[in-house]
Ligand binder design. Sequence first.
Ligand code: AHR
Length: 627
Amino acid sequence: MTHSLTTLFAAMALASSLGAGIAQASPISTDDNRITSETFANPLLRNGADPWLEYFNGNYYLTTTTWTSELVMRKSPTIAGLADAPAHNIWSGTDKSRCCNFWAFEFHPLQTADGLRWYVIYTSGVAENFDGQRNHILESEGSDPMGPYQFKGTPMPDHWNIDGSYLEYKDQLYFLWSEWHGKDQVNLIAKMSNPWTVEGEHKVITQPIHDWEKSGLNVNEGPEIIQHEGRTFLVHSASFCNTEDYALGVVELTGTDPMDPAAWTKYDKPFFSKGNGVYGPGHHGFFTSPDGSEDWLIYHGNSSPTDGCSGTRSARAQPFKWDDKGLPQFGEPLADKQQLPVPSGEFGPLKAQVEGVKYRIVNREINQCLITNAKGDVSVSRCDDKASTWVIDQANDGLYRFANVAEGTFLTQENCQDSAISGINATPWVASRCQRWSVDASHDGWFRFANERSIKNLQAANCSTKKGAAVVAGENRVSECTDWRIEPVSKFAIVNAHSGRVVSAQQCDVNANANVVQYEYTANACQQWQATPTTDGYYRLQSSQLTAQKQAQCVISVAGNLQLGSCDKDDSEWRTEYMPNGSLRVVSRKGGSSMKVAGESYANGDNIVEDVWKSTISQQFYFREVK
Ligand code: AHR
């Protein structure tokens, strides 16, 4: 499995800027229609230590240390939106050796023979203390940073090691991490045979040698790579994280072999340290702006000199430049509440292949699909290609955006004002309120989509019943022609919002009455579901395993318990409702109650039932695309 990190970043930045380049100016991108302001302030997220942030296909994704047994990820089309973006659980730990004290998540995109995959590196250990902390690695099912993820391995199970990261250099993947050697915590490197397996020697490449690296304890940790104009820099945190003197140091690969300690040259001064009321800035990451034109630093810091190395550390972001010697100039930490421009390109205009399950949006009157084209026209017509498939992307404030899979454009109310009927088109994202929609449950699995700006519902013009009808927002408040069905096209995992575990047939049993439980995702066909429409907005749920084995079994509800059974009754029919936080409520046609993880635990094997809707997180699920 080959993995190319560096070229991928270049491709991502190029794609993003291309998207910005191709798009036409949009009449709707006036300020009062913007979903966010042109500036934001730090902290981005309180209790956000060891942050990692990526901008990918139209969204920012952010993880931060949780100290618990959960790995949560936030996503938002705007950087300011990360602050109140819902914390989606993408992994939780139950294995005793790695259940607890989750620290320092990083998620890296690597090109593999199967396409782009995300690799989450995180530190965790035993419940009793921090002595068991080790790096562990997850692999995503596909190109969606939200997962689902499966556990791949623990590169070094035999000794304490934390803060893992990757270096990709001359087509070789290396693992970087920190561990104790005597009284010094040092950064090391090893070659990798795959993204979760180290091989051969471990070599120390940075250690605390200057006084500014020895405040509290002698520490080098959080090694992170940035490559610029052919040069490779390892930027690491120095001094004890519990002190205000925690700072960033820089080591450059001045030799040719990353495994040779002498090939790394440490600069003797810190490149980023306390200032402007921010203490202990460090354990950072790097990202580029949506249009790829700016380099940004994501890091944590305290707002008081005595806050220490716990939950007071907040996530912060600021741009940085390169000087005429080709060195990164991080400057000083920006003060709390100091306004700074959002990353360049956040307001587009940009096209994006937004990650997520693909859906058809089917009009009730015409029984045909919402479709667009390269010109941005939107109508109700054929259902059979990528132009009629959409990702329904949670876009903060309880609203959604509809991203077209073929064109990378977004469903838009054309004349962006409150009143009157408006035409609909699909245009590049400009962060406009005319590009966000509420997704409201009508009845029997039908939905209405109201535009944020006009609060008018999407419908076929004049309530036409003809294929090819134009689409408007406006005439009819509520009628059958404002009803739409959301039909999954992709196969998907059904991920519980609390546990990050997925709905599975117990022991992947295919027989009638097999119980349905949650289990960690293992990419097994019994965990991959497809939805078949029945009547109204209801669907049958069958796993790929069942269809492959021509087993006529579906998920059914029997006296409130979910199990496999015949697909021909109303107890096998399910509909969804969209929650403000982007999760789904999965509702039984027969019982009218909602899918739930009974024990509300992280445990593999926790039973799946239907229960009266109480808005609990164990009743909230995400459909995550599987290949
Ligand atoms: O924040 C938890 C841990 O504290 C981080 O993994 C490490 O960088 C620091 O020592």
